[in-house]
Write a protein that binds this ligand. Structure first.
Ligand code: UD1
Length: 420
């Protein structure tokens, strides 16, 4: 397993281009299964999750070509059985369930297992698809689904922790080919759901309300091929903004969607970070003084759970007490013990992390536990004195395109150590 060796204490400076959004492209790839015709998807980041998803679609019979940021997917023929080992490895693959049911009237998808960021149930996905008339059972670690016909329905999709992003995606995709009208209440409002809706609309789907808690889908007989450009990755942009502030640097973030980043930019400003917004460009630097802040993660448009770990690093560098409360995923605090190895003082009280910030961090060997935690540890390594080795870095390659190259171009001393 590769690791990243980081020499800390160097301020990031220069320009960085934001890639396409991982969380938008994965469900869009699944959506391409809804038609026999060719779909061309642009601004696709070269990530291991995207390549995995491509292999899953290929194992289901689709032709998949990925070159220079453009994906071509054509599912002229589709089979009900795919490479289940591959499907099991990737949690995002749950969103093939809706398209397979709509097109083949049956599907078998492995259940996402327990995950380090908390249990990831799929009850809401199943509830939504059952309301459209699917018969579902969970057997031997798989979801087995059958639906000779899908019929539109009114569905409340809110759960204990609020709406579900991929659950909304699954249901919206299945409903595009159902008979009649589907209304999804308490739908996820994330920009990635809107991007998927725009992709489906360009295929001929009749969807309104995406981006609001009520989405309406009028089923159609068939969808056709299309071309679509994926939105920029708001989590990657937020990660670079925090990295600039944490290293006391100044960077220019190109090609982001600041309108998707309101909650993050608001908290960064409150914490004393200077942000100059010029259209799709953000210039970010640390202000004269950092202030402690309290943050609660929430569904969009609240503060994203996927930026919680990175923001915690900035809080460890900020004198005073900051409280970070996690409301989307229980136990998403695996990074806390690793940050402690660098000298951070953080205690966990129920769903909250209390950060006593201001002590300088110093480098140490640390271990990445999940995708966003790895990004946080890399930021911490760049802000710490001395050398930090971040192990199990394959997590970061799942969701950040060439992150070490991009950071090196900003002046970071970061080196990938390949496993012998
Ligand atoms: C997506 C993102 C992930 C992000 C998360 C929340 C992708 C590929 N992943 O994950 O990066 O952190 O949204 O913004 O887009 N829940 C249920 N029952 C369900 C489904 C979810 O109780 O059937 C719960 C989850 O345990 C969690 C909450 O709902 O507490 C939100 O999860 P959800 O929005 O479904 O996350 P994902 O779509 O899997």
């Amino acid at each position: 397993m590769d690791s990243l060796l980081i020499k800390g204490g160097i301020p990031l400076e220069g320009e960085v281009q934001i890639s396409g959004a991982k969380n938008a492209v994965l469900p869009i790839m699944a959506g391409a299964l809804l038609t026999e015709e060719r779909c061309i998807i642009r601004n696709v980041p070269d990530l291991s999750d995207v390549r995995f998803m491509g292999q899953i679609l290929a194992s289901l019979g689709a032709e998949v070509k990925f070159e220079a940021g453009t994906l071509e997917i054509q599912a002229a023929k589709l089979k009900g059985t795919g490479d289940y080992d591959l499907i099991r490895k990737m949690r995002g693959s749950i969103c093939i369930l809706g398209p397979l049911l709509a097109r083949l009237h049956q599907a078998k998808v492995s259940l996402p297992g327990g995950c380090v960021i908390g249990s990831r149930p799929v009850d809401l996905h199943l509830k939504g698809l059952a309301a459209l008339g699917a018969k579902l059972k969970v057997e031997g670690g798989y979801v087995l689904a059958k639906a000779p016909r899908l019929v539109g329905a009114d569905i409340f999709l809110g759960g204990r922790s609020g709406p579900t992003v991929l659950g909304t995606a699954n249901l919206m995709m299945a409903a595009t080919l159902a008979e009649g009208v589907t209304v999804i209440e308490s739908a996820a409002c994330e920009p990635e759901v809107v991007d998927l809706a725009n992709f489906l609309i360009s295929m001929g789907a009749k969807i309104s309300g995406a981006g609001s808690p009520t989405i309406q889908v009028q089923g159609v007989d068939a969808l056709h091929g299309t071309e679509h450009e994926v939105i920029p990755d708001r989590i990657e942009a937020a990660t670079f903004a925090i990295a600039a502030a944490a290293t006391n640097g100044e960077i220019t973030i190109l090609g982001s969607r600041p309108d998707h980043l309101s909650a993050v930019l608001d908290k960064l400003r409150e914490s004393g970070v200077k942000i100059d917004r010029r259209g799709r460009t953000l210039v970010v630097s640390r202000g004269p003084r950092l202030n402690p802040v309290d943050i609660t993660t929430l569904p969009y448009a609240g503060f994203p759970t996927d930026v919680q770990a990175q923001m915690m690093v900035l809080m460890t560098l900020t004198p005073g007490l900051s409280i970070i409360t996690e409301r989307v995923f229980e136990s998403r605090f695996m990074h806390v013990s690793e940050l402690a190895r660098l000298g951070a003082e953080i205690s966990i009280e129920g769903p909250s992390a209390i950060v006593k910030g201001g002590r300088p961090l110093s480098g140490a060997p640390i271990m990445a536990s999940d995708l966003r935690a790895s990004a946080a540890l890399v930021i911490a390594g760049m802000a710490a004195r001395g050398s930090t080795q971040v192990n199990r870095v394959y997590h970061i390659d799942r969701g950040y395109e060439r992150i070490d190259d991009k950071l090196r171009a900003l002046g970071a001393r970061i080196q990938r150590v390949k496993e012998a």
